[in-house]
Design a protein around this ligand. Sequence first.
Ligand code: ATP
Length: 714
Amino acid sequence: MPQLAIDATCLPQYDKLDRPTRERLLAVTRKFRELSFDALMSHPDLRIQRLPAGQDPRIRTFRISDAWTGVMLAPESGETFLLVHLLPRERADEWAGDQRHDVNTVMGTLERRDAAALERAGDDKPDERVERPQEGDAAAGLFDDIGDHDLRRLGIDSEILDFCRSLSSVSELEHWGPTLPQDQYEVLVELAQGHSVERVMREVVEPRRPSVGAVAADDYDTAIRNTRERVIVVNDDQEIEDVLAGEFNAWRIYLHPKQRELAYRPRFNGPAKVSGGPGTGKTVVALHRVKHLAEHLPLDGRVLLTSFTNALVESLKRNLALLLPAELIADVDVVTADKLALDVVKEERPEVRLRSDTRGLFANIARRHRLPWPADFVYQEYRHVVMAQEIGTLEGYLDPDARRGRSTPLTVDQRRDVWHAISDARAMMRQTRQLPALELHAEATRILADRTDKPYTNVVVDEAQDLHPVQWRTLRAAVPPGPNDMFIAGDNRQRIYDSTVSFKRLGIRIVGRSYPLRVNYRTTTEILTWANEIMRGQEVNELGESVPEPAGSTRSVLRGDPPELYGAPDEAAELEALAERVRRWLADGIAPGDVCVTTRTNRIRDLVVRHLRDRELPVAVFNPREHAVTEASDTIRVTTMHGVKGLEFRAIAVFGATADALPKMDHVTSADLDEQQHAADLAAQRSLLYVACTRARESLYVSWHGPPSPFLPM
Ligand SMILES: Nc1ncnc2c1ncn2[C@@H]1O[C@H](COP(=O)(O)OP(=O)(O)OP(=O)(O)O)[C@@H](O)[C@H]1O
């Protein structure tokens, strides 16, 4: 009986089909399982057709509906059909005619290339000419340093070998990316970034090779099954339905070989760190790592998976439930670091509660002590100096090193005054038994440090860039140091809170176990390229270190429309344009739950909700402390930019990117008071815009009124 496999790259097209067409597609796929090969090929409804002579003989098109056509790869030997694309009928023949699918005999994978575009490039037509190096210009070729033999060993075939010899820059290579066979493109990108042949062999080629050995050029059946990153072989109707309906999310199956290697590596000799730009699959790797750890837990072992907000924790829980069987989930706790600290402290002191109004308390105390600095100053000393460095005595605070990184000079007498104010505030909090998260963590760390039986065998941390040192201390103390103890995923470019952290000083020794991810699977190239401009020229340190991040760019595998920018004359016009933009998204078939509007403040968020509601659009406020993303999936979510951290939507509107909102200067420490804090606060607000914009999968709309934010690339 024929078998059906689905190429994941066609799944985004499925979102564009209306319901009757989806049902028809499902009925068609069922026939692949029910009918014999001959009956299938001659079925009158399917109208399976070959392409004209001279084009890929394995490709067939078939009718889904009057408007939609499916493109598949039909077996000449074996019996696996591969659904490769879904297209409007008028474009299907041309697309199918342009593509060619080949087995990469070195990597054992099935790859697709735009054969027509490559041929045109080879013909060197003037309008699409690939710049060729001049004779004698030895440095002009991008791959001049790499011999043909090595390129072939890495799976580059003759056509691509000739082609890549004509490239002279990375941007030229990237321009041709969508045209090139996927795995070969990846090999070329890694080489172009300066990685050695042996490293590319180890990191790109070998992880793809099938365990069964070499795959012959005509063995499509084996190659399809070995292309685990892009192809899913479906076994029953329910699975087909799940895959097509998006229930069977790509991330559950398609790990990039690099992601797979990190997630399923049997042993890291200590804490390991995965960093990478937005949408590079850090969360996906963290989830798979939890799966691996849970599968290998000793008796009585437990895994902690933690993230920043309740909403993120809820979304991790949901995804984990899709990835792990219930008996393994029972061994995993998914909670925020704050909740962990509260639980640990409550075991000893059940009466303790979490306090949230800490800033106000410190402002009052500072007033009472008649301290001459702005309201927030004492709180910041408490947060960034005393708690960040675990300072417990006046002597500790008077130590000349204690305030490293703070630029407001304080005399010894002033330090004494500040210390007494802080001590007063802390004593007051203890009396009321309402402790802020910072105090809870200090307490939890102390309790855990005394325990010989640590609560966890392994700790996995997502969105690590925003954790404060006190939170890290709790996490560090919750797991005994040793192999596989901590697995940390994060991206400092997305840091939107003000904590700087040194892993080394916290006893988290990463050395030699830091791994970058560089392929973005969420955001289109057009949106990512634009969003990256927001961060251009910003010095970003490596996660948990005080050294700059190593160079290396993130590339996207997706293409789409550029972001839409709109500067309105006034707020009313900006609101009206937003309603219109949202309405068009819905008219284009994007479900309300796939649309999110973000704002800088709660006030503007509420204004937007009222306006969209007045325009009869289905909207709801999204609060990441309370809501999970699946809730209210038939409504457009409106939330603050802080609220979209870690999430993603098909369409994102960033509303109010106005000069006086980004940066919002009342949230920025004045440069006169503390220059370094001033710069850090500004950087956090820039990152906030970056985070909001990189949540978009397909469509990004950014608007403002009056002067635009200086962070916007224009
Ligand atoms: N190998 C892969 N193949 C296909 N899709 C993937 C792959 N890895 C990740 N994705 C998808 O890419 C999107 C982004 O992944 P994820 O949320 O893990 O990225 P992230 O690095 O944690 O992002 P951010 O830091 O921006 O929050 C998700 O939709 C995920 O399902």
